[in-house]
Ligand binder design. Structure first.
Ligand code: PHE
Length: 466
């Protein structure tokens, strides 16, 4: 084994870094909207079940593969003696690469809004949509321009990531997460208190706590499953890579449960912030999700809320920490692969991939509104279509690469490396794993079947993971 391989400096450092990877934009701007669509309390219950039945076993599996192999995501399959499966790792790295291209740009927009609420909140309030579009290169008179504001902030965001990654696993990633994650929790609590004490918030809270049986349908279940995968960073280079920096003495099960619990807690808290706040200000039917909601609709919430500007800054800071810690994990998965597979030097590799991903990401930002750049996409309903480049990038990762990589991991562990080996790795710390049979059943049959349904649905009906 390669003794010079990096390791986490502490258990807490690993947990915070892995939780930092999981807790991202998905938790804060996707989960509340999905929870609202899925009937509030109904969705929360279904989501919880998905995390327990699929999230925990899959995360455990990826961490076990990583730790057993002590290798990056492509090397992992080779080291475990199954070269033929390294395509799973390649899909993971490629997925992480494409996601980082756009995640880093969205991170840049978030940074722009931290700045925006700090210095020019009235301009945002006056025309939230216009402000957003202007950032992306579309002026209010309909003319377009190069979106230099968004791109400048994306460059700053990417540079922050690079600085952390260059400093290494312990000195960079672990240290950053030890500051970023507690900050994220503090901001989350402040926003929660603000949201639930708004006059009229009770309706939203009630909605989130009410079980609505009509919403218990296949759509809600798929939405919850897709959200759980994306939110837990499953199906990418990341958990295998982070697991490979873990010492053998660590209890994988306990750590996995803790990371999943933290991620779920943050998603739920975000739900209990956003849904009640929107109910109290704009009205129930304004709860939405994604960039348009986070950057445009929420302006109305902050405008109407006492102290809204301060809470606006705090909200975008929350998003910023969430995006940074996730983006760092994505880049680490790629850098670990390149440095180990090709023996490249860490610092140069980091700078190079960050620049390349930033540049490709510029096409993502430019294609939002400023330029009509097209991508390619094939699905059963529309055949070959040419959506905006930015959408094509998201389709490619959310609907294809993430589920494929997750499926590959399940099939690899379920049928090739065998659940027995995974369990042996899980028990390395000396702690007995009591759910062996259930675990094997999920990894072999249940999880692959569920992922195939997701893959099929996404190609046929356009259901998306994120
Ligand atoms: N889990 C992150 C989120 O919820 C997204 C992400 C996906 C991060 C994949 C890293 C890898 O936003």
């Amino acid at each position: 084994m390669d003794n010079s391989r990096a390791q986490w400096g502490s258990k807490l450092g690993f947990i915070l870094a892995a939780a930092g990877s999981a807790i991202g934009l998905g938790n804060i701007w996707k989960f509340p909207g999905r929870a609202y669509e899925g009937g509030g309390g109904t969705f929360l219950l279904v989501y919880l079940a998905m995390v327990i039945f699929f999230g925990v076993p899959l995360m455990l599996t990826e961490l076990a593969v990583g730790r057993a192999s002590q290798s990056n995501v492509v090397g992992a399959f080779n080291k475990l003696g199954h070269k033929g499966w390294s395509w799973v790792g390649w899909v993971g790295v490629l997925g992480a690469f494409v996601i980082t291209c756009y995640y880093s740009h969205v991170g840049g927009w978030v940074l722009r809004y931290v700045w925006g609420y700090s210095v020019e909140a009235p301009a945002i309030y006056a025309d939230p949509l216009g402000y957003f579009y202007d950032t992306l290169g579309l002026a209010s008179d309909g003319s377009t321009h190069f979106p230099w504001v968004a791109i400048l902030f994306a460059a700053i965001f990417m540079a922050c990531n690079a600085v952390v990654i260059i400093r290494g696993v312990e000195g960079g990633i672990e240290r950053f997460n030890k500051i970023g994650m507690p900050a994220l929790f503090v901001i989350l609590l402040v926003l929660l208190v603000r949201a639930v004490t708004l006059p009229g918030a009770e309706e939203g809270i009630k909605y989130m706590l009410t079980f609505n049986p009509e919403k218990l349908n296949l759509t809600t279940m798929l939405s919850a499953l897709g959200q759980a995968f994306y939110s837990l960073s499953i199906g990418m280079a990341i958990l295998i890579t982070y697991g490979s920096y873990l010492p053998r003495s660590e209890h994988l099960t306990r750590n996995t449960v803790l990371i999943c619990a933290m991620d779920t807690l943050v998603a739920m808290l975000a739900g209990f912030i956003i849904v009640p706040a929107v109910f109290a200000t704009l009205g129930a039917d304004h709860v939405g999700k994604g960039g348009g909601f986070a950057f445009v609709s929420l302006a109305g919430v902050f405008e109407q809320m006492p102290g809204g500007r301060l809470f606006g800054v705090l909200f975008y800071l929350l998003l910023l920490f969430a995006a940074l810690t996730s983006c760092i994990s994505l880049i680490e998965g790629i850098v670990a692969f390149l440095t180990e597979h090709f023996s490249w030097e860490r610092k140069r590799t980091t700078v190079l991939v960050c620049i390349v991903m930033f540049l490709i990401g510029c096409l993502y930002t430019c294609s939002q509104a400023a330029y009509p750049l097209k991508g390619i996409w094939l699905d059963a309903v529309n055949g070959l279509s040419h959506p905006a480049f930015c959408d094509a990038m998201e389709f490619l990762t959310d609907r294809l690469m993430i589920p494929f990589c997750a499926l590959g991991c399940c099939l690899f562990v379920g049928w090739c490396w065998t659940p027995e080996n995974a369990i042996r790795e899980i028990e390395q710390s000396g702690l007995r794993f009591g759910l062996k049979k259930v675990y094997a059943l999920i990894i072999r049959f249940v999880a692959p079947a569920a992922i195939i349904v997701i893959l099929g649905m996404s190609l046929i009906t356009g259901t998306t993971l994120s």
